[in-house]
Design a protein around this ligand. Structure first.
Ligand code: S3P
Length: 256
């Protein structure tokens, strides 16, 4: 029997890939129809039971392959149902980062947390950034990042609590995104933030007064910027994420 050369094997692989790709495209076309049906029936994109049912059929790297395929399917559906970036805004402690993680996972989307990106970029915590360069420099970097990130599509973005202070930030974020405001009562926020030492604007002392004062100052800017608002009091972050998805999906043609 002839020994196959590396070149022969690569030709065979390319043939497999072409077949796979054709099937992948066919699968994605079906997925788009699924997304339209789900939208009309008000069903969620992420159905963990259905995904488990599919995944148990495969093992090892086969299962990993299907996990990735299912994530891409969620992503494709999410673009049909929500053809825009999902941008979470709101005061410190409302849960933007955690809700953002749930949303991104359920929609197979990339998750971008602006504060975390800034921390990575500058190799220091937000508190250190404030202490070293001051709030003004922090805001300049935050705005620069917002302009960059707003050019991308299909993202879930968690913003820092102060982004709405600059109308240009809001304008950039709205170009390709819907702004979802997360709210909570001052009491809830104070409970969530009381032991937190990562928020430089709140300092150590008099947190309660500071929270109330800042909330009052920003309330109308948050409300004006928001396309949709969801209260987080007494809900788990997963419930909040589900509520956002169903409210957005039931809005006409993905518009609000
Ligand atoms: C800020 C909120 C923080 C962070 C910075 C300033 C604010 O983000 O960007 O400390 O002005 O409200 P979180 O809302 O994620 O805590």
């Amino acid at each position: 029997m002839d020994k196959k050369t590396l070149q022969d094997l690569r030709v065979s692989l390319d043939g497999c890939d072409q077949e796979l790709y054709k099937l992948f495209q066919k699968r994605m076309e079906i997925i788009q129809d699924v997304a339209v049906l789900k939208k009309t029936q008000g069903l969620p994109i992420y159905d963990p039971e259905r995904e488990s049912e599919i995944l148990v059929r495969y093992e090892g790297s086969g299962r990993e392959f299907f996990q990735n395929l299912l994530r891409l399917s969620r992503y494709e559906q999410s673009l049909v149902l929500y053809p825009y970036n999902l941008v979470l805004i709101g005061f410190m402690g409302v849960g933007k980062t955690t809700v953002g993680h749930f949303l991104a996972q359920a929609l197979g989307r990339k998750f971008v947390d602006l504060d975390q990106l800034l921390e990575k970029r500058f190799q220091m915590s937000i508190s250190q950034l404030f202490a070293r360069f001051g709030e003004k420099a922090f805001r300049t970097e935050e705005s620069r990042l917002i302009e960059e990130v707003s050019k991308d599509r299909g993202l879930v973005i968690a913003t820092g609590g102060g982004v709405i202070l600059d109308p240009q930030n809001v304008e950039h974020l709205k170009k390709r995104g819907k702004l979802v405001l997360l709210t909570a009562t001052p009491e809830t926020l104070i409970t969530r933030l009381s032991l937190d030492e990562t928020r430089p604007l709140l300092g150590q002392e008099m947190k309660e007064e500071k929270v109330k004062e800042l909330l009052e100052q920003r309330k109308s800017a948050y409300e004006q910027a928001a396309d949709l608002s969801v209260c987080t009091d007494g809900k788990t972050y997963e419930e909040v994420a589900r509520e956002i998805m169903s409210l957005l999906a039931s809005s006409k043609d993905g518009q609000l």
